[in-house]
Design a protein. Sequence first.
Lengths: 297, 266
Amino acid sequence: MNAIETTGLTKRYGQIVAVDDLDLTVPTGEIYGFLGPNGAGKTTTLRMLLGLTRPSAGSLHVFGRTPGPGYLDQVGALIEGPAFYPYLSGRENLRVFAGHARVPGARVDAVLRTVDLTDRAKDSYRTYSLGMKQRLGLAAALLKDPRLLVLDEPTNGLDPAGIADMRVLLRKLAADGVTVLLSSHLLAEVSQICDRIGVLSHGKLVTQATIEELRAGGTLHVTAEPAERAEAELIALVGRESLHANGSGFDLNVEPAAASRINTALVTAGVEVSELRWREPDLEQNFLELTGDDHVR
Amino acid sequence: MSGDLKAELSKQVHRPASWLLLVVAVALSLTFGYLVPYAAPDPGRGQDALLPGAFVGSAIGGLPIFIGGLTLIFGVLVAGSEYGWDTWKTVLAQGSSRFSVYGAKIVTVAVGTLLLMLTLFAAAAGASALVAVLRDQPMQWPSIVDIVRGIGAGWLIAMMWGTFGVALAVVFRSVALPIGLGLVWLLAVQNLLASVAAPVLPWVAEAQKGLPGPNAGSLVAGLGARTGTPGVEQLVGAGQASLVVAVYLLAFAAVGGWLLHRRDLG
């Protein structure tokens, strides 16, 4: 059973279509990166998943359940940044939310330990730094010991060490069987931690693939002189359709293992090879093209 | 709903603003119910209204206007702060239904206003006993039935204003605007209707009999509150007034619940 399945999920605000006919599938046990530029519809989708926003059309299932009583029993979430009562301490805030979640008070200390906030738990929430607030938000999301964790831009406000800690924590949760749906506009963040990525642009899911699938399809880059002779040799070796000349040399659509054979053939033909390098596909460029936007970094 | 109720009560118990409202309500009630009349007695009435036998009317006399305003603020804070701090999403992500959380908020307002009524009655009883001692008057208390009836009526009115605040908070999805508009209605519009429009426009005078404030005023007047206190005037009988106030309470609660259920949050 998939953790999340949406079919034709749509949200309209008047004439504006924020989410358009979205078919999203998040397999159980994976860390799924929900990627897209600001305004692509990521948060609206997550809000619909959590019942905060009503869909205009379409259906959604979480672990096979449709919205209704018990729908969020196995779901923890942190949406659009942490939101707590400023006059309460971190621990008091979590106790309040433990009441709403109907979980024992003992879970409060457990999740405070998980996010490493025990030392500051007695302090008023209003005195917390942005990073501490974010960690408290994650603690609230973990109160129910969820099977699915929905996190919207969870590293906002965290310093590099905090981001690394968050990454370690999410990997640990995933190893324990928790499915994580993580939205971000940061390609680097998502590609480092996620098993699978869905790219949203202008409310539409433009691609959904594993990281391995997205990284597949690299090219062998060759720089050699004289260029005309090198080109003729390469066409003979790999065929014109597998060769792409550019300003700095040639990109060949071949397997990485072909590199030594091509090098030997060029040298034997009297061509001087100055560079022979395997190039991974440019994920960033791919995403910019997919989203038609330059906000993805 | 028990988990939600526990959570909602915890939010208000730990909130300094809730206790500040209680302190202000008691201070205002004692100041205008006892201190000022004691320091500057009304020649036409004497000080019988300050003695224990009349403490029920003194305890609930402020509910049509200023104590009502404070309970309205309490209602707005209970519901509106979730919008102000954007905490609805954190609450509802825990899996509670909107209906359950809203119901817990209404019960929290009921508990808060009951505490307010009990405190006001205790304070008024204490103040009236002090006046009796100072004036060397006998301690003649109202019957238990009259006291319970007074607490019940006061609670009903306080709940009505509290749910008015909850409904305004849900309608405007904020804190400041609902408090501002609610207080303008309570403190200004009601008084203008009663003192400016009603005397010259018979239909306004008649329409007042269906408005929440005049019915609250009629109810407390019927239970012994001094007429002449702002908002206290017996326009209708206590029975009708109780019914109208109860209908407004239910209507405000229903409007807030319906809107919260059908709207998107955030």
